[in-house]
Design a protein around this ligand. Structure first.
Ligand code: SAH
Length: 375
């Protein structure tokens, strides 16, 4: 395990300036049209930023001098700062990323044969209080901006250099992406843009604990892969493990999953299911899962529970996990067991904590539908 301490750069830019990383192609086109420019300026700018790595507006030579001067005066291209890097024995890298308000979030890169997956955070902390997740213990501070979400991909790729490429992104870091809907969607649009990272929609996955109204909205505006953190097959248990279930119970959640699966033929929803010893890992649970998913085209990803300080759960035994998996596979559901990665640097699922300063905004949890934008 290797640690690198980086100097912290706290130079804050003029807050009135627009960070152009906050805008996806549509947003940039509208921005340029507002300036009396043609929408194609958006493509030019995306190329400069994401393909050429140019942040100095004066070097953007295919734009007029006056436009360059305007941009230099009123805009910035500002990524969050990596303050700490840890490399695990299995090659997993975790970066602690500092936001402009001094909080810290975490981003994880998981190298695998033929691909590299970046696990991106969407909020500073999390308001959802899932009992088995250490991010939940951090409380909630605020939503990340689009620039801070796409910025994690930019700084991670820069750090990896040409040696390794980010081929997949999972919105499975700190926070609930669908409670930061607009910024998460804009950042995912950027990841999939041909002039930025050009990731295909199959390689961008958003994971949700089940914010049902936002799932319907997502189906309409952004075609990415969907993962749902299920973890229990009865409302009674799910109310306890994933408290947002009290607001959006299983019946409504499954209906939203069916709706999402309708977007395209052969589309499946991935269900994440954390394996908790003696809590949700019995044969009866496995059978309940088969019944619950009967009408949803699904895949299941079993996640061995990763412990963290003061957690009261234990991971199911290998035998219990394999038995569970076999029952599901035998019923014809494609089931995989997630390989735990980066455990020795606390980079595994549910171990991302960052540094959340003002946790007092937790009361924002479980807001009414549609209010997620205001959080
Ligand atoms: N809020 C979103 C995004 C976070 S994704 C969601 O809930 O889907 C993080 C994934 O890791 C989720 O499936 C979460 O349930 C799982 N997870 C959280 N804590 C964990 C732990 N201690 N061990 C294993 N998986 C965990």
């Amino acid at each position: 395990m290797k640690s690198v301490l980086e100097p912290v750069n706290l130079t804050s830019v003029n807050p009135k300036r627009i960070n152009l990383l906050d805008l996806d192609r549509k947003g940039l086109a509208a921005f340029f049209v507002g300036l009396g420019e043609k929408p194609f300026r958006a493509t030019q700018l995306l190329k400069w930023i994401y393909q050429e790595g140019v942040e100095d507006f004066n070097l953007m030579t295919d734009m007029s001098k006056s436009l360059r001067a305007y941009l230099a005066e009123n805009c910035v291209i500002e990524t969050p700062e990596i303050v700490f890097e840890k490399i695990a024995s299995d090659g997993t890298r975790k970066w602690v990323v500092q936001t402009s308000c001094g909080n810290r979030i975490e981003t994880v890169f998981i190298p695998e044969e033929g691909r590299g997956t970046l696990c991106v955070s969407s909020q500073i902390g999390c308001a959802l209080a899932c009992t088995f997740c250490s991010t939940a213990q951090q409380g909630f501070n605020r939503n990340l901006t689009t620039a801070e979400i796409i910025g994690q991909v930019i700084v991670a790729q820069n750090r990896l250099g040409t040696e390794k490429r980010i081929t997949n992104v999972v919105m499975m870091g700190m926070g609930e992406p669908l409670l930061n809907f607009d910024n998460s969607v804009a950042a995912m649009n950027l990841m999939m843009d041909d002039f930025t990272f050009g990731l295909s929609k199959r390689r961008v996955t958003v994971s949700t604990s089940g914010v049902v109204p936002a799932m319907y909205r997502l189906s309409q505006v952004c075609d990415v892969s969907l993962a749902v953190s299920l973890h229990a097959v009865t409302d009674e248990l799910r109310d306890e493990l994933v408290p947002i279930n009290k607001k959006y119970p299983l019946k409504e959640l499954m209906e939203a999953c069916r709706d999402n699966a309708k977007i395209a033929p052969r589309r499946t929803v991935t269900f994440e299911y954390v394996m908790l010893d003696g809590i949700n890992d019995s044969l009866q649970d496995a059978r309940g899962l088969i019944k619950l998913l009967k009408t949803v085209p699904s895949k299941i990803n079993l996640i061995p529970f990763n412990p963290f300080p003061n957690s009261s759960y234990r991971c199911s035994s290998k035998e219990a996990i394999n038995r569970f998996k076999t029952v599901l596979n035998d019923a014809g559901i494609v089931t995989t067991v997630r390989k735990t990665r980066g455990e020795d640097i606390d980079a595994a699922c549910g171990q991302l904590v960052g540094q959340v300063k003002d946790k007092s905004r937790r009361h924002l949890k479980l807001q009414s539908p549609g209010s997620e934008r205001a959080a």
